[in-house]
Design a protein around this ligand. Structure first.
Ligand SMILES: [Zn+2]
Length: 419
C-alpha cells in the first residue's frame, strides 16, 4: 500500500482565497428572491459561471463547456493517463445557502492554485468541474449536467418547457450541445476517479464535534404513493364503531413506518405528504393519498423494511374497513463508493482530523451519477445545526479550509495510488 507521505504532509492552505471566492460567487443572486438564490437557468446563475470561467483561466486551467453544459477546467498532467475529476455545482434551490455545491467547486479551484503555488505537478490531468443544474429545477430534473456526462440523461426530457423555453434551449444557453447527449461523455474507464467535497447538509458531524467525514455511499430511496379509501360520513352522527376513517388509518401508517425505521439499521423513513379528502372539519376523512419513502445504503434493508411496512399497512387498513392501493412505486438504488477509495479518503481525512467519520449521504449528489462511470467518493464538512437548503446554511471557516485541504491531499494520494 502506498504511504501517501507527500500527500498527507501537504500544508493546509490559509483558506483566504477560498473564503473570498465563496463571498464573490454569493453576489450572483436572482433579484427579489430569499437567501442566496441562483437557479438554473436564471441569468444570475449563468453570470456566476462566466465569473467562474474567468477564475479558472486565471488559475491556469483550460476551461471548456461540454455537451451537457458542464463547465470543465483542465490542468495538464505529466503522463498520458485518464484525468482525475473534482467538483460539484454552483446552482442553488430557491432560498438556498452559500455553501451547498459552491464549496465543492471553489475548493477544487483552490486546490489547483495551491498546487501551482507549491510547484506540484500531477501525473494525471486534473479537471475542475461545475456540473450544470444539480438541484431539482423547474423542468423537474436534477443533476442535468452530471447525468449528461454519465450517459443517464434521457433525451425525451429536452422537450420539457418552462416559460416557453425548452430544456434543450436552456442547456444551449448555458453553452451545451444537447444533440451530443447520446451515451456517456466519458466512457467507463476514461476518468481515473472523481471526488466531490460537499457540506453534510445534516447534523451528524456537528453533533459528533468532528470536522471531516469520508462518505461511504449515497443512500437508495424506495418511495411509494398509497391511496387509502374509507368512507366520508357525518362527523356528528356516525358512531365511532361504524366509521371507516382513512386519515386515522394513515396515522397508524405514519407511526408504523417511524417504528420500523427506528428499529432498522441506518434506515430513515418519512411520510411527508398527505392529501386528505374531503378535508373538512365536520366530515370523517374518506380518502387519503400519501407518499411514504425509505432511504438506506443497503438495498436488502430497503426491500425488507418496505415489505414489513406494506404488510402492517395492509393489516391496519383492513381492520378499519379502509382499502389500500399502491398508486406508484419508484426506487433508486444506493450508490456505494469503492472500499479502497473510501479508505484512501478516510485516511486523508484522519490526517487532518484524527477522529474523522465515515458516513453515508442521505441526500442525492452529482456523485450518484459519476459513480456510474468512474470510482467516485465524497468528503463531507459539517453543516452548522445540520441546516441546509435554507439561508441559514452555514459552515465554519476553519471547516471550509479543512475541507479544501482534504480535497487537495486526496487528489495527491489518488495521483500516487492510481496507475
Ligand atoms: Zn449540493
Amino acid at each position: 500500500m502506498p504511504d501517501y507521505g507527500a500527500a498527507l504532509s501537504l500544508p493546509i492552505p490559509t483558506g483566504e482565497r477560498l473564503l473570498a471566492d465563496l463571498e464573490q460567487l454569493a453576489t450572483f443572486v436572482e433579484p427579489d428572491t430569499p437567501g442566496w438564490t441562483r437557479r438554473f437557468p436564471s441569468p444570475a446563475y449563468l453570470a456566476g459561471r462566466v465569473w467562474l470561467q474567468a477564475a479558472m483561466q486565471h488559475a491556469g486551467l483550460t476551461p471548456r463547456i461540454d455537451a451537457a453544459g458542464n463547465l470543465l477546467g483542465t490542468r495538464r498532467g505529466t503522463a498520458d493517463l485518464p484525468p482525475i475529476l473534482i467538483g460539484s455545482h454552483t446552482d442553488t434551490v430557491l432560498g438556498g445557502g452559500r455553501y451547498d455545491g459552491t464549496l465543492g467547486v471553489l475548493a477544487a479551484l483552490e486546490v489547483v492554485r495551491c498546487f501551482n503555488d507549491a510547484g506540484i505537478t500531477l501525473r494525471h490531468p486534473l479537471i475542475v468541474a461545475d456540473f450544470l443544474a444539480e438541484e431539482a429545477n423547474a423542468y423537474g430534473i436534477s443533476c442535468v449536467g452530471s447525468r449528461g456526462l454519465a450517459g443517464t440523461f434521457q433525451s425525451a426530457w429536452l422537450a420539457r418547457t418552462l416559460d416557453g423555453v425548452t430544456l434543450e434551449r436552456a442547456i444551449q444557453a448555458a453553452g451545451g450541445d444537447p444533440a451530443g447527449l447520446i451515451g456517456p461523455l466519458y466512457a467507463p474507464g476514461a476518468l481515473a476517479a472523481c471526488l466531490e467535497l460537499h457540506i453534510e447538509q445534516g447534523p451528524v458531524l456537528a453533533q459528533a464535534g468532528r470536522s471531516l467525514a469520508a462518505v461511504s455511499g449515497i443512500v437508495g430511496i424506495q418511495r411509494g404513493t398509497l391511496r387509502l379509501r374509507g368512507q366520508p360520513d357525518h362527523a356528528g352522527t356516525t358512531p365511532m364503531a361504524m366509521r371507516h376513517d382513512a386519515l386515522a388509518a394513515a396515522a397508524v401508517l405514519i407511526t408504523t413506518l417511524e417504528q420500523l425505521c427506528h428499529a432498522g439499521p441506518q434506515t430513515v423513513g418519512t411520510i411527508g405528504r398527505l392529501e386528505v379528502q374531503p378535508n373538512q372539519s365536520n366530515v370523517v376523512p374518506g380518502e387519503v393519498l400519501l407518499t411514504a419513502e425509505i432511504r438506506s445504503l443497503n438495498p436488502a434493508v430497503l426491500a425488507q423494511v418496505w415489505q414489513q411496512f406494506w404488510a402492517r399497512a395492509t393489516a391496519a387498513t383492513a381492520q378499519r374497513g379502509v382499502t389500500l392501493e399502491l398508486v406508484a412505486l419508484t426506487s433508486s438504488p444506493p450508490v456505494t463508493s469503492p472500499a479502497w477509495l473510501v479508505e484512501l479518503v478516510h485516511r486523508v481525512c484522519c490526517s487532518l482530523d484524527e477522529g474523522a467519520l465515515v458516513l453515508p449521504s442521505g441526500a442525492g449528489h452529482d456523485s450518484s451519477q459519476l459513480a456510474q462511470i468512474a470510482p467516485t467518493a465524497m468528503i463531507f464538512v459539517p453543516s452548522a445545526g445540520g441546516r441546509s437548503h435554507c439561508p441559514d446554511e452555514d459552515t465554519a471557516p476553519h471547516h471550509l479550509r479543512l475541507g479544501g485541504a482534504a480535497l487537495a491531499r486526496a487528489v495527491l494520494a489518488l495521483d500516487e495510488a492510481l496507475a
